[in-house]
Each structure stands twice: as structure tokens, then as C-alpha cells.
Design a protein around this ligand. Structure first.
Ligand code: BGC
Length: 750
């Protein structure tokens, strides 16, 4: 079985020729390397920002600290904002006029993390590469591949004149109902941080500023503008904040976008503690904080750490507020907003533009759409998780099988998530089915389909097979088709997206009943699921294999067919725990579900830092499929674990492919016990591709903060003295090798 790889993505080596400038850092002992902007580049950018800022007039300063949305007929932005020049070809989510006399470019920002979106701002745009959802890339556990995707997205941004990409979604998947989990990488702080950092590094290496979002604890969509997310501040530092902290350190993103919700009573965009005390003071973040669109409730946000109001018209729609600059100007004149703070806001923006060279673009690097498609395809292949396989897969590609393909619009395409991150591919969607719903995002809630369809790709992958398609309209009808075939490939889909949480873990439109009926009619049933979150799969014991394909992007159908036919050996691992039911999760009931748009909601994230697999370990509960789980067509064995201590834990072990096929594995290093306290933490991972019989020694070192507790009193991390037990696992619930080492007590900042 041959797997097709994008050159450079599997080697663990970065192609330095593609990186304009940068410093390479390696984690102690791991082979995950990162290349971000160098210290010299950042220092130069700082110095230039200081010098240029001094030459600005106050009017110019004020014009730089807010952005307006491009005009869409009938859209949120209302009439075209006069600041947007008549001859501007590509409008997008944000426009801020530049200051040409000082070489400051106009700032144009575009969504998002899965490609360049086109929500009607650019009627002539021919479409962009629609990459897999971030949760699919999370399942690849492949930082280099995420980086390649970031580079490709930035190249497509540049040819449209966009110098800020609103990518880098790194909220933690705390709740399997969250509508936006598909825009985030995982439930784990370290995995999410490493991957988000590589997306930022990829984007910024091409001269485009990247963003990490949504700072922070923006973990549910239910009435998100009125949502107060409560969390213990110490647990927050050890989870969602640690994600941002590590991602910032590894990538120096030019901007951070705050979220819509409140955190412990203060709106994210004006949360003095999180923005000033933590982000800027404790961590020394020097880029700019932009608000989310329609999330600036008052000029005081500027005092509390917000540097730029985004999509100013959305604040008018949401809160009836004029852009905050008018109030800010008044505050400035009356001395309530110090001159130094205004200058600081502007310097941060300039520094980030200068650091990536957005003021000095020259000609855009060439865009090779075929290559970008290859990156998208590789992301889909590496992100697909084989959840269950009793040996039925891979299906023999040369057998004259009668295959029933059922449901999920599999005759038309693969689906995507909805909301501001949805990308329209080259040639347009294969179909758009309007779903609708409440609130400002209701009219954007659509089922989007990308061609080619799974049915088409399956026909290519199984040239001798005979296909029978049934739309899965009713269980009885689907069962009739299933009965007359040798094998059934049933598709289950669920549209998730911005502005909505799912009510439960079922598949909509009666699909669970359809799958159940076809599995009853034909015991050779394989299910392919396209979702942004775990689903309950009540039929799982009746089917022979299950593939979680997520929202796999424009080349997803090909990737699905490749895995089913064994042309690609599946290697994705779950970046989110699949519970047996919501009863196993920290919040069986989601506060606010069912309340009308505009209702105040409080969600207490009282699981603290014990998210996902950590929660299951704490409760001793067994999930349906654990974090890190994913099957392969070959078998890997681990042996010879050596663990050493000192400043941190370092673990070395052998991974061997003892099966018959080449394939990639993702061994995971977990902390299981810290000086007598049971504590489950992913400390490291490595994606490794091995030929049959090949053995590789892997060494993984841990970020010491993952071994520590944050001491809120002194603002430091502290490691407890004693034996620290670790394990090498195939998942958080399948720990294969165990070892321990002694760590001495120590405290450290930041
Ligand atoms: C989303 C952001 C997005 C922004 C601009 C908001 O609705 O929350 O993620 O970047 O819109 O489109």
C-alpha cells in the first residue's frame, strides 16, 4: 500500500529556503521544531514602529485603531463605508486606511483558518482552496503539515491584497456541542498550541500578519454575545490561557482577537485582567489585540487593553454603538485616555505589520493551486480517524463488489462547517442547502457541499465494483438498497457552525435511524461520518467499521476513498474525546440552550483545567473513543522506555512497525501522576512514518508548565517534589509503557 505524501511534510525537517527569515527553536528533546520571526526582526520592527508612530497626527492615529467591514448588499455592514476607496478591488472582513506618506499600508483582513473566505465581499472572486477544518488538522498531529497549510493560505491572501489573516483558532474543545469546535484544533492545550503556532508561522512567513483567536474561553456559541464564561483563574492559566501562551511564544503572532463572551464577568474585549495583566504584562505580548466583530461595547475597552475595534459597523448593529473612536477622541481630549496609551495601540499595530514585512511586499509569491490542493488533500488524509475496524477495511479495490452508498449527500459532495470561516472553493460549492436559525448568524447557517462527491471518488477507487446510491431519505427505502448489495458505505453528516451549539450528539434528519436500518439489513456496513464534533453513534456495535472524516475540505472525498480502498493507511488520532453520552461530560445540560437570542447565559466551566481526556481520567470514566485513539492498517509496538528527570521529564522509547504495511503512528507521552497526585496531561507526541519492520527511537521532552501547577498567589508555576509517573500511549486510555522519574521542587515564572 503506497501513501502519497506532500514532500517535506513527513520528514520532520522544515524547508528553510521557503522561510523568509527566522529563528529555529527546538523543544527540549522533541523533534517538533518551530520557525518564527527572529528577535532581530522583531527588534527592528519595534524601533521602526516607535519612529513612525511619532510622526503621525492624532487623526491618523485614530484612523488606525479601527476597521470597517466591506460592503455586501443587504449585509451587516450597511452602506459602503466612505473610508473604503472606490477603486478597492478586494473587500473583506476588515479595512483600515493606511498612511501612505509614512509607508503604512492599508490593513485588509480576511477570514480565516481554513482558507480565504468570500462571504459576498468579492463577487468576482473565483474561489480559494478550501482546506480541511482545524479539528481534522488537529487529528493529523502534524505541525509541519499545518504550517504548509498556513503558507498556502497566506499566499492566497496576498494575491488578493489581504495582509492580515484572521486564522489561528485555538479555543479548547471543552464541550462536544460547541458549534465552532471544527474551527479549533483540539481539547488539549499543548497540541492546540503547537498546531496553532505552526499555522501562524506558516502565514507570517509569507508576509501576512496572523491572528490567534478567540482570546479566551470562547467555548460555546449559545447566546455568545450575552454569555458569561466562569472559570477558576488558576485553572484558566493551566488550560485555555496556557494554550495561547505557548502558541504566542512559538509564533509571535502579530495580533490576537478577543472573543465575544464575558470571562468571569468582564467582556473579553475589555477584560483588563486577561488583556493587560496576563497577556501584555505577565507574558510581555507586543502585538495588537483586535476585538471580534461587534464585540466592542465601549471606549473604556481601550484602557483595559483592546488596541483595535474590528468591523465597527457590527457594533452599530449589535449594540447600537457608533465606532468607539468618537468616544475615544472625547476621552483623549479630556485626558481620560492618556496619549501614551493611544501611541501604544498604534505602535503595536505598526510593529506587527513591519515585523512580517507587510509594508514592503514587492511582488506576491506565485500561487500554485495544484500544490495547495495537494496540501488540502494531505490534510484530509492525515486527519481521517479510523475509529473502528473489525478487519473489513481496507476493501479490496479490484473486487467485483456490489456497493451501496447511502445518504449524506454523498452523490453531491463532502460538507463543511458554516459561519465566517466557510470557504467557497474554486468553481463554487457543489450545493448550498439553506438551514437557517436565530440570531445574526442564522442566515449564514447553510449546508455547503464541496465537489467531487464521495460517490464519484469511490467509483474511481473501485473500478470493478457496481454502485447503487440511495439518498437515505427513509430508513425503509435505504434498507432495501442495502439488502441487495455486498457492502454498504453509509454517510452520516451534521452541519455545525458559528452562532449555534448542537443540542445533543445525534445526527440530524433521522440519519441515525437510517444507518441503523441499513446495518440491520446488511451486516457489512461501513460508516463514514462528516462532523465537527463527537456524535453518539447508537448503531456503532452493528457496523463493521467507522471513519470520522470531519469536514475534510475540498479534497475530502478523494481522501475518504483512498482510506477505504487502502491507498492511504489511516493515521489520524482523535483530538477530542468521544463520550458514551453527554452524561459523562462535565455539563450534561448546557445552560442557555433553548433560550431566545439575546438572553443572558452563564456557563460555569467548573471542570477547570480537567478538560476532555483529563476529565475522564479524573472520573475514572471510559469514553466511547478516547483522545488520541485512531486505528491503522498496520501494527505498531512500543518498547524500551527510559525516563529522565532534572528540569523536566524526558522520555525515550522505540516504535516499531510490526505489521505488513507502511504507515504513520502518533505515540503520545502522558503524565499520569505528579508526586502522588493523579494528573493526566499530554506532555508530547510525535508523528512518525515507518516502513514494515522499521524501528525508530523517539525522544520527547515536556514543557515544564505541563508538569506544574500555577500558583495564583505568587504568579508562578511550581513543580511538586517527588516521583512523576509517565506513560507512552496509543491514546489517553491505552497506555502501553509506564515509567517514572524524580523531580525536585521548583518554582518558575512566567
Ligand atoms: C467571528 C470571527 C471572525 C469575524 C470576522 C466573527 O463573527 O467570530 O472569528 O474572524 O467574525 O468575520
Amino acid at each position: 500500500m503506497a501513501t502519497t505524501q506532500v514532500p517535506g511534510t513527513e520528514s520532520g525537517e522544515l524547508d528553510s529556503a521557503r522561510i523568509a527569515r527566522g529563528a529555529e527553536a527546538r523543544d527540549a528533546g522533541t523533534t517538533i521544531s518551530t520557525v518564527s520571526l527572529s528577535r532581530e526582526t522583531l527588534d527592528e520592527a519595534d524601533a521602526r514602529a516607535r519612529e513612525i508612530e511619532q510622526q503621525l497626527t492624532d487623526d491618523e492615529r485614530f484612523s488606525l485603531i479601527f476597521s470597517v467591514m466591506g460592503h455586501v448588499p443587504g449585509g451587516l455592514a450597511g452602506p459602503r463605508d466612505p473610508r473604503i476607496p472606490e477603486d478597492l478591488e478586494n473587500m473583506s472582513a476588515g479595512y483600515t486606511p493606511g498612511v501612505p506618506r509614512l509607508g503604512i499600508p492599508a490593513i485588509q483582513s480576511s477570514d480565516a483558518s481554513m482558507g480565504i473566505t468570500n462571504p459576498g465581499y468579492r463577487p468576482d472572486d473565483k474561489g480559494a482552496t478550501a482546506f480541511p477544518s482545524l479539528i481534522a488538522l488537529g487529528a493529523s498531529f502534524n505541525p509541519q503539515l499545518v504550517r504548509e497549510g498556513g503558507e498556502a493560505i497566506a499566499r492566497e491572501a496576498r494575491i488578493r491584497g489581504f495582509n492580515v489573516q484572521l486564522a489561528g483558532g485555538c479555543n479548547l474543545a471543552r464541550d462536544p456541542r460547541n458549534g465552532r469546535n471544527f474551527e479549533y484544533f483540539s481539547e488539549d492545550p499543548y497540541l492546540s498550541a503547537v498546531l496553532a503556532a505552526e499555522q501562524v508561522n506558516g502565514i507570517q512567513s509569507q508576509g501576512v500578519v496572523s491572528t490567534l483567536k478567540h482570546y479566551t474561553l470562547n467555548c460555546n456559541e449559545t447566546n455568545r454575545h450575552w454569555l458569561d464564561a466562569l472559570i477558576d483563574p488558576v485553572a484558566h492559566r493551566e488550560s485555555d490561557l496556557l494554550t495561547f501562551q505557548i502558541a504566542i511564544e512559538r509564533s509571535q503572532p502579530g495580533s490576537i482577537m478577543s472573543g465575544y463572551n464575558k470571562i468571569n464577568g468582564e467582556y473579553a474585549g475589555g477584560n483588563r485582567h486577561l488583556l493587560n495583566d496576563v497577556l501584555k504584562d505577565a507574558w510581555g505580548y507586543k502585538g495588537w489585540v483586535m476585538s471580534d466583530w461587534g464585540a466592542t461595547l465601549g471606549w473604556e475597552f481601550a484602557l483595559n487593553g483592546l488596541d483595535q475595534e474590528s468591523g465597527a459597523q457590527a457594533d452599530r448593529v449589535m449594540w447600537g454603538k457608533e465606532p468607539f473612536t468618537s468616544d475615544l477622541k472625547e476621552a483623549y481630549t479630556s485626558g481620560k485616555l492618556p496619549k501614551e496609551r493611544l501611541s501604544d495601540m498604534v505602535r503595536r499595530i505598526l510593529r506587527s505589520l513591519f515585523a512580517v514585512g507587510a509594508d514592503n511586499w514587492g511582488s506576491a509569491p506565485p500561487v500554485d493551486m495544484d500544490r495547495h490542493d495537494a496540501v488540502a488533500l494531505e490534510g484530509a488524509r492525515q486527519g481521517i480517524v479510523l475509529l473502528k475496524n473489525d478487519g473489513v477495511l481496507p476493501l479490496a479495490s479490484d473486487a467485483p463488489l456490489k456497493i451501496a452508498v447511502i445518504g449524506g449527500y454523498a452523490q453531491q459532495g463532502v460538507i463543511s462547517g458554516t459561519g465566517s470561516g466557510a470557504v467557497s472553493p474554486v468553481g463554487g460549492f457543489a450545493g448550498v442547502i439553506k438551514i437557517g436559525g436565530a440570531g445574526v448568524m442564522g442566515k449564514h447557517r447553510n449546508l455547503f457541499l464541496f465537489a467531487p462527491s464521495p460517490l464519484e471518488e469511490l467509483k474511481k477507487a473501485f473500478p470493478k465494483a457496481q454502485f447503487d446510491f440511495d439518498p437515505g431519505y427513509t430508513p425503509a427505502e435505504a434498507a432495501l438498497t442495502a439488502k441487495r448489495c455486498d457492502v454498504v458505505i453509509a454517510f452520516g453528516i451534521r452541519v455545525e457552525g458559528e452562532g449555534f451549539d448542537s443540542v445533543d450528539l445525534s445526527l440530524p434528519w433521522g440519519q441515525d435511524a437510517v444507518i441503523d436500518a441499513v446495518a440491520t439489513a446488511n451486516p457489512n456496513t461501513i460508516v463514514v461520518v462528516e462532523t465537527g464534533n463527537p456524535v453518539s453513534m447508537p448503531w456503532r456495535d452493528k457496523v463493521r467499521a467507522i471513519l470520522e472524516a470531519w469536514y475534510p475540505g475540498q479534497s475530502g472525498a478523494r481522501a475518504i476513498a483512498d482510506v477505504l480502498a487502502g491507498r492511504v493507511n489511516p493515521s489520524g488520532r482523535l483530538p477530542i474525546t468521544f463520550p458514551e453520552s453527554l452524561a459523562q461530560t462535565p455539563r450534561p445540560e448546557l445552560p442557555g440552550l433553548g433560550t431566545p437570542w439575546g438572553s443572558a447565559v452563564t456557563i460555569d466551566y467548573n471542570e477547570g483545567a480537567e478538560i476532555g481526556y483529563r476529565w475522564f481520567a479524573k472520573k475514572g470514566a471510559k469514553p466511547m473513543f478516547a483522545f488520541g485513539h485512531g486505528l491503522s492498517y498496520t501494527t505498531f509496538e512500543y518498547s524500551d522506555l527510559k525516563v529522565s528527570g532534572g528540569e523536566t521529564v524526558t522520555a525515550s522509547f522505540d516504535v516499531k512497525n510490526v505489521g505488513k504495511h507502511a504507515g504513520a503512528d502518533v505515540p503520545q507521552l502522558y503524565l499520569t501522576d505528579a508526586a502522588g497526585e493523579k494528573r493526566m496531561r499530554l506532555l508530547g507526541f510525535e508523528r512518525v512514518t515507518l516502513e514494515p519492520g522499521e524501528n525508530r527511537r523517539i525522544t520527547l521532552g515536556a514543557d515544564p508548565r505541563l508538569l506544574a501547577r500555577f500558583d495564583g498567589e505568587v504568579g508562578k508555576w511550581s513543580i511538586a517534589e517527588g516521583a512523576h509517573q509517565v506513560a507512552i500511549g496509543k491514546s489517553a486510555a491505552d497506555l502501553v509503557l509506564r515509567g517514572d522519574t524524580y523531580l525536585s521542587a521548583r518554582q518558575f515564572g512566567v
